[in-house]
Design a protein around this ligand. Structure first.
Ligand SMILES: O=C(O)c1ccccc1NCC(=O)[C@H](O)[C@H](O)COP(=O)(O)O
Length: 228
């Protein structure tokens, strides 16, 4: 049975990192986008990363940051995986990841008009940009297209995701305690990612919601058809 991996994103406090880890999160996301209310400085992220136990992945989120600035941030905040959430081309993602010598996730923000063909082409371009010894393309994260870059708490039509992509992608965008079981049962993603749905306020996570969200994902894993 596939165990859906879980990333909790936009953490800013030690108590929230501890709650996510205790609840079984596989990854913790730190937002290096200054306009976000979840923004943390590289120094602050380093303090939070230092509290992580082994086998919990620190993910750094970037929006249209030049390669050398990404590398400088990673030298201070030792994230293990980069997530490019802006308008970066595949090559810009790979160049920034190579400068930082880290693997990367590329983000596709899904619109109602998005087609499966577009998504398949986007993944192919992303995979073609992969540099296995310096900047491995780790996969796609699907989020909802909104007038911000992310963290909006809005869902998109999950049926737009081609099945051949879903099982190796991260599903994101408006996930919550209420919809996580159904999202996992319908999409069978490799992983899910959530921010707004587990917050008391932007950047302030709710330990109870985190635990309930992870339980809901596990309930989705337990539904029939999860043979992968
Ligand atoms: O979270 C933010 O504030 C943010 C700002 C700018 C770019 C990306 C951002 N978050 C990226 C994430 O991975 C979020 O978890 C993802 O967009 C889902 O957010 P939500 O819909 O609130 O669960």
């Amino acid at each position: 049975m596939h165990r859906t991996r879980i990333k909790i994103c936009g953490l800013t406090r030690e108590e929230d990192v501890a709650a996510a880890v205790a609840a079984g999160a596989d990854a913790i996301g730190f937002v290096f986008y200054p306009k976000s209310p979840r923004y943390v400085t590289p120094q602050r992220a380093a303090e939070l990363i230092a509290t992580l136990p082994p086998f919990v992945t620190a993910v750094g989120l970037f929006v249209n940051v030049p390669a050398e600035e990404v590398a400088a941030i990673v030298r201070v905040a030792p994230v293990a995986l980069l997530q490019f959430h802006g308008d970066e081309t595949a090559e810009q993602c790979a160049a920034a990841a190579a400068a930082a010598n880290r693997p990367f996730l590329r983000v596709f923000r899904v619109k109602p008009t998005t087609t499966g063909t577009e998504l398949l082409e986007y993944e192919a371009q992303s995979r073609a940009s992969s540099r296995p010894h310096a900047a491995q393309f780790a996969g796609l994260l699907f989020d909802t297209y909104v007038d911000a870059y992310g963290g909006a708490g809005k869902v998109f039509d999950w049926s737009l995701i081609p099945e051949e992509l879903a099982h190796r992608a991260v599903l994101s965008g408006g996930l919550s305690v209420q919809n996580a079981t159904g999202a996992v049962a319908q999409v069978r993603p490799w992983a899910v990612d959530v921010s707004s749905g587990v917050e008391a306020a932007k950047g302030i996570k709710d330990a109870g919601l985190i635990a309930q969200f992870i339980a809901a994902v596990r309930a989705g894993d337990a539904t029939p058809g999860n043979g992968a």
